[in-house]
Design a protein around this ligand. Structure first.
Ligand code: TXA
Ligand code: MG
Length: 322
């Protein structure tokens, strides 16, 4: 199969209406989209990504009034958060309506749903009478794509079309939350920081239990992982431990004396979380092409977007058996 890259929304719509899958731009990362109500299209997504079927997909809709078509029991806090943050990088886990195939939710009674804040994809969604199931458009386990080139590198020959909407403005996946009674539960750190959710609702957000997180495989180890082993922590001490190896460094804003500049990647010279988040996946892919033995990454401050950045770095860390 030839993979074409283009800006033709109507071509993308044609593919999607025919039950084919297309990569679409969002503000977070590129998605690999198909008709969420069509099991065959959903199967194509799992196959193209080589994603195990126990890992459920987020569905994307154009507006909040669509939520009730696909989810039931929409809590007040969901409404309130959606009013403030949607369209945007906040995904809601809600009890699903029967119309959503079990394949989309991997058998779960809950469906993950969000409204992406990308003008091209919002236009696309408005033209469709079905929601789009879309995981990140990378091969399973690898770093999420934030440009069309990244999508092409991973999925060329596997999908017919990549809809070009420019580089992703946020570069980090959506935050995923669910609801239990009055409580708000966090399933994945992402581009909306916890603090913003807590400020709006006036309630502390609860972490999902580890059992619940196992059903969220983006939460498993060795996800978002480059091929070169990566360690997160205090870079100066890690450099001593890995003395003698060819080292590449990812830092927030600091420049180190060693190694040479081509092996140092500063995510934001001004220590700005947004800029760092936007650069993270691009840098992980770039660094993965170097001839380094090992990547050492700084741990970020545990606040705001720093938590989501740490979360992705932690999962990119490969743990060796010996
Ligand atoms: O920003 C994003 O969320 C991007 C863009 C494309 O929208 N999508 C994305 O999808 O990151 P994906 O599939 O790479 O990650 C979705 C995560 C997975 O960890 C999955 O396990 C979890 O959401 N998830 C999806 N549906 C779920 C469900 N019904 N119950 C529990 N977890 C779910
Ligand atoms: Mg993903």
């Amino acid at each position: 199969m030839q993979t074409q890259i283009g800006t033709d929304i109507f071509q993308a719509i044609d593919y999607l209406k025919r039950g084919d899958i297309v990569s679409i731009p969002t503000e977070t990362v590129y998605g690999l989209a198909g008709n969420a109500l069509d099991e065959e299209a959903v199967l194509k997504i799992y196959e193209a990504k080589q994603r195990p079927r126990f890992n459920p997909l987020i569905i994307h809709v154009a507006s909040f009034d669509k939520f009730s078509l696909y989810a039931k029991e929409i809590p007040d806090n969901c409404r309130k958060l959606a009013e403030r943050f949607s369209p945007g990088p906040l995904t809601f886990l809600l009890p699903k309506q029967d119309i959503i195939p079990d394949l989309v939710t991997a058998g779960s009674e809950n469906v993950a749903i969000r409204i992406p804040a990308h003008p091209v994809t919002l236009m696309l969604l408005e033209e469709l009478d079905f929601p789009l199931a879309a995981p990140s458009a990378n091969l399973f386990g690898y770093v999420s794509p934030v440009t069309v080139q990244h999508v092409y590198d991973g999925l060329q020959g596997r999908i017919p079309y990549i809809l070009d909407g420019g580089p992703c403005s946020l570069g980090l996946e959506s935050t995923i939350i669910g609801f239990e009674g009055e409580d708000i539960i966090l399933y994945r750190h992402g581009a909306i920081p916890l603090e913003s959710i807590e400020a709006l609702t006036g309630k502390p957000v609860r972490q999902a239990t580890s059992a619940a997180q196992v059903s969220t495989p983006g939460q498993l180890n060795s996800h978002y992982a480059p091929h070169i082993p990566l360690w997160v922590g205090d870079v100066d001490s890690l450099m001593q431990v890995h003395h003698g190896k060819k080292i590449a460094i990812i830092s927030f804003s600091k420049r180190y004396i060693y190694p040479e500049p081509a092996y140092q990647f500063i995510l934001s010279e001004t220590a700005d979380f947004h800029e760092a988040a936007r650069n993270l996946f691009r840098v992980l892919r770039q660094i993965d092409k170097l001839d380094a033995d090992i990547i050492l990454a700084e741990r970020f401050p545990e606040s705001g977007l720093g938590r989501a950045i740490n979360d992705r770095l932690q999962r990119a860390q490969v743990v060796f058996k010996n």
